[in-house]
Design a protein around this ligand. Structure first.
Ligand SMILES: *Cc1c(COP(=O)(O)O)cnc(C)c1O
Length: 394
């Protein structure tokens, strides 16, 4: 019997188990008993800062809280509007709302699913304070265009680069296009770890200092609170673990890129048969998640499951249609590309320890699926995702 290929592998950190146990022992027995924001965190921040060429890197409690700190540090607040993508994860809208500002949803590109600069431009009003593009799945947002747009309208530019650590667009790393960007180290992300964590990266040292204060209750020295802050601090055990794992990160990213390129090559001929792969290319790619757009997404998902291949749907509902964000979604507006993406998107396994044989098996299964289906219609001529969408998300 063929083995199952899970979408979320259960053995992500298995190879580093002993290192983790040693670190727990060392930090646990250290007489300083320092468990947050100590030497390990400082060294980890410095490692990232130097490697990126950033002015500052501030390790935070999660990618979500990192994003919230950036929005507050660039003075987003009540009365402001922030243009965000209509397709993406909840923090894009929720982090804006937590500052008291309002998210304004703009549509995404139909193929790459990142925020469409033209749709964003049309949503700019006299209240707009910032643009918040997010890199999605495997492709960075069009940061050169957003940089121009922000400059032309005198807006702040915040970059949700939570999934794009290690990606580079036209020579500039993800995270350093905006005034500040964020990374997430939650387990499934490319530089994930066994726990919660994230970081702010910035080329503006003053912004960095402000975020350092905000992440630790607004204090610079102990119990001197200059601004109203919060708790978004980093764990020493995780910092030591991530320092250790950073050396292997480029190789893991290269392996992800290799798998993605193989998929994209194999799937290119399927474009006329209802299965569309991401456009080929290397610049501005992050390979966090490999997503297809499939006319018969749910049938394909079922087919893969029958062949022992796990897949996943990011995200089954566009943000403006989520109950939580309905009040910020004008009833007469539509986000057709976001809506179509949520009905058609399907993510395939892409983790670096997939074997070549497993990658081939996954690619074969997708290709076989299109051969077995009656001739599918050209993309866009047929509604898909009819009711069978699963919500068994792990
Ligand atoms: C994962 C993610 C976040 C949040 O990061 P957490 O560490 O899970 O809080 C924010 N934005 C995007 C685009 C993400 O994918």
């Amino acid at each position: 019997m063929r083995s199952e290929i899970p979408f979320f592998p259960p053995d992500l950190f298995e190879g580093d188990r002993k290192v983790m146990l040693d670190i727990i022992g060392e930090i646990g027995r250290d007489p300083r008993q320092k468990f947050i924001l100590g030497e390990q965190t400082r060294e980890f921040e410095e490692l990232l800062r130097e490697d990126l060429g950033a002015a500052d890197v501030i390790a935070c409690g999660s990618g979500t809280t990192a994003l919230g700190l950036v929005l507050r540090a660039v003075d987003i607040g009540p009365g402001d509007e922030v243009v965000v993508p209509a397709f993406g994860c909840a923090p894009l809208a929720a982090a804006v709302l937590e500052t008291g500002a309002a998210p304004v949803f703009a549509d995404v590109d139909p193929r790459t699913m990142v925020l469409d600069p033209e749709s964003a431009r049309r949503r700019i009003t006299h209240r707009t304070k910032a643009l918040l593009p997010a890199h999605m799945f495997s492709i960075m947002a069009d940061m050169p265009r957003f940089t121009e747009l922000a400059a032309a309208h005198d807006l702040r530019l915040v970059e949700d680069s939570a999934v794009a650590q290690g990606a580079v667009l036209r020579g500039t790393p993800a995270g350093l296009w905006g005034e500040a960007g964020v990374y997430s180290f939650v387990q499934v992300k490319s530089f994930g770890m066994p726990g919660e964590g994230g970081a702010v990266v910035t080329r503006d040292p003053a912004l960095g200092r402000r975020i350092r204060m905000l992440r630790n209750h607004g204090q610079q020295e102990r119990f001197v609170h200059r601004v109203i802050g919060t708790n978004s601090r980093f764990d020493e055990i995780q910092a030591a673990f991530q320092r250790y794992r950073y050396a292997g990160f480029p190789a893991r990213l290269r392996r992800r890129a290799e798998i993605a390129e193989h998929y994209t090559e194999r799937f290119a001929p399927l474009a006329g048969q209802g299965v569309l792969a991401p456009p080929p290319g290397r610049d501005g790619r992050c390979h966090y998640v490999y997503c297809l757009l499939a006319e018969e997404r749910d049938v394909l998902r079922e087919y893969l499951a029958e062949h022992g291949i796990g897949s996943h749907v990011y995200y089954p509902l566009a943000l403006p249609h989520q109950a939580a964000f309905l009040p910020w979604a004008p009833a007469d507006e539509r986000w057709p590309n976001a809506e179509r993406a949520s009905a058609r998107i399907l993510a395939l396994p892409i983790y670096p320890h997939l074997t070549d044989a497993e990658v081939t098996r996954i690619a074969d299964a997708v290709c076989e699926f299109t051969r077995h289906r009656p001739r599918a219609q050209a993309p866009g001529t047929r509604q898909s995702g009819t009711g069978a969408a699963r919500h068994d998300d792990q």
